[in-house]
Design a protein around this ligand. Structure first.
Ligand code: AMP
Ligand code: ZN
Length: 117
């Protein structure tokens, strides 16, 4: 069911603490941790603690939680002292989504090309 922890979900395991992560921020509803395969000097993932399969499902099922995630991307940028940064929600395998628990990538600390690849 939407919002419930999923036994086979990597990010639910990070929320539960059964898989380690380098956590940089935590709130009542969100966790932010460093991406294991960073694509920029700062590459942090912000996730809702509750399980929603992607950003679109999160926005539809729990809009206030979606706002919490978005607010936390700015808090990560402030904490990492990023003047410019990019927030990315890969949605669907064709766009590069590999983990089916909604997450925002916060990328910064280098110049970022536009359009992305
Ligand atoms: P996406 O491809 O948008 O679904 O993003 C998933 C991200 O999760 C990728 O950038 C991975 O490098 C990252 N990732 C996968 N496993 C872990 C982990 N155990 N800890 C931190 N980041 C991870
Ligand atoms: Zn999950």
């Amino acid at each position: 069911m939407a919002g419930e922890p999923q036994d086979d979900c990597l990010f639910c395991k990070i929320v539960a603490g059964t898989i380690p992560a380098t956590i940089v921020r935590e709130t009542d509803t969100t966790v932010a941790f460093r991406d294991i395969n960073p694509q920029a000097p700062t590459h942090v993932l912000v996730i809702p603690k509750a399980h929603h399969r992607d950003a679109a499902a999160l926005a539809a099922e729990a809009p206030e939680l979606a706002a919490d995630v978005l607010r936390e991307t700015q808090a990560v940028a402030d904490q990492e002292k990023l003047e410019s940064y990019r927030t990315v929600f890969n949605t669907g395998s064709g766009a590069g989504q590999t983990v089916w628990h909604a997450h925002a990538h916060v990328l910064g600390g280098r110049g970022l090309e536009w359009p992305p690849g």
